[in-house]
Design a protein around this ligand. Structure first.
Ligand SMILES: C[S@@+](CC[C@H](N)C(=O)[O-])C[C@H]1O[C@@H](n2cnc3c(N)ncnc32)[C@H](O)[C@@H]1O
Length: 288
């Protein structure tokens, strides 16, 4: 996998350290595009590795975590929220904005419980890595999986374009929604697609994440929230703790494990599933 170090020598330097989460200027959007256009082969490399991954790797959090690090690769933003010993993986592969330990456990949960999710929506897809990895899990475990929508305020990135091209011939349709999840057009899209599984990882303010939840709960049987146990995202953490009480018709599962070398709590993935929609053994609330 190519990584940040290779690309920082280029004439079109992209500095991830102070990249805003949204509101890119045209110039910045071009730089982002240029950076990711040069490494779209990371998508092909990941897809090949994932499809060659033996089922036994799904049996263990440790094996899956190793796969996330080696073959999915981490973002290089908000590095203070990632354990320092992971530094070789910053800015590699699909650049996912995740705690790899939590994400590995989440992917294993999906593989067992999202076996009937024909469609997926990610609000806040950014570079597209989490979106692509999730689609690959669904493709692997759910024979009816056929549609996924990535949504973000920023322009579609080359990773998502490349992935859409790869899976098109397999009958999987990838759609990109550029715009806000609070727009009328987004609401119309959600009611048209009715995603079975949705990840809410866009606006992390209380009102923003709550609005997303209110919309998504009308259609999705599995609703996933990101940054549910985060010192830097108190609003989404508060929302999650409230939803666990309020959504009493749903069961919840949390992936909040941290690295010992990093003080504090960061990221966290919370899953709400309508009773009877996820496989029975995982329905009991549990922490990993
Ligand atoms: C933390 S990043 C997402 C990371 C990505 N899900 C991943 O795992 O790699 C949050 C993204 O949400 C987008 N965003 C913020 N508010 C949004 C909104 N109202 N609608 C759609 N996207 C939004 C931002 O542009 C940003 O790219």
């Amino acid at each position: 996998m190519e990584n940040k170090k290779d690309l920082l020598t280029s004439d079109n330097l992209l500095c991830f350290d102070n990249l805003p989460e949204a509101g890119f200027t045209d110039e910045l959007e071009e730089k982002v595009r240029s950076y990711f256009s040069r490494i779209t082969s990371n998508v092909d490399t990941f897809v090949s590795a994932f499809r060659a991954l033996p089922s036994s790797s799904f049996a263990s959090d440790a094996l899956m975590e190793a796969f996330v690090l080696e073959h999915i690769g981490l973002n290089n933003e908000s590095l203070g929220e990632l354990a320092p010993e992971l530094k070789d993986y910053f800015g590699t592969g699909l650049h996912i904005w995740q705690n790899p330990r939590q994400f590995a456990a989440y992917l294993r949960w999906l593989a067992q419980n999202a076996v009937d999710c024909a469609s997926y929506l990610e609000i806040g897809s950014r570079w597209g890595g989490t979106f692509i990895a999730t689609c690959e899990v669904l493709r692997r475990v759910c024979p009816t999986f056929k549609r996924a929508v990535a949504a973000d305020l920023i322009r579609e990135t080359p990773f998502i374009e490349r992935y859409a091209a790869i899976v098109k011939s397999e009958g999987i349709e990838i759609e990109y929604f550029k715009g806000s999840s609070t727009s009328d057009a987004f609401r119309d899209m959600v009611h048209r697609v009715k995603p079975a599984l949705s990840l809410i990882d866009g606006d992390h303010s209380l009102s923003g994440a709550l609005k997303d939840h209110i919309l998504i709960r009308q259609v999705s049987k599995i609703i996933v929230h990101h940054d549910i146990s985060s010192d830097t995202c108190p609003d989404s953490t508060l929302l999650w703790n409230s939803l666990k009480q309020l959504e009493s018709q749903m069961t919840y599962t949390e992936f909040t494990e941290q690295y010992e070398t990093l003080p504090g709590h960061y990221f966290g993935i919370g899953v709400l599933a309508r009773a009877g929609e996820a496989a029975a053994p995982a329905l009991r609330p549990h922490k990993t």
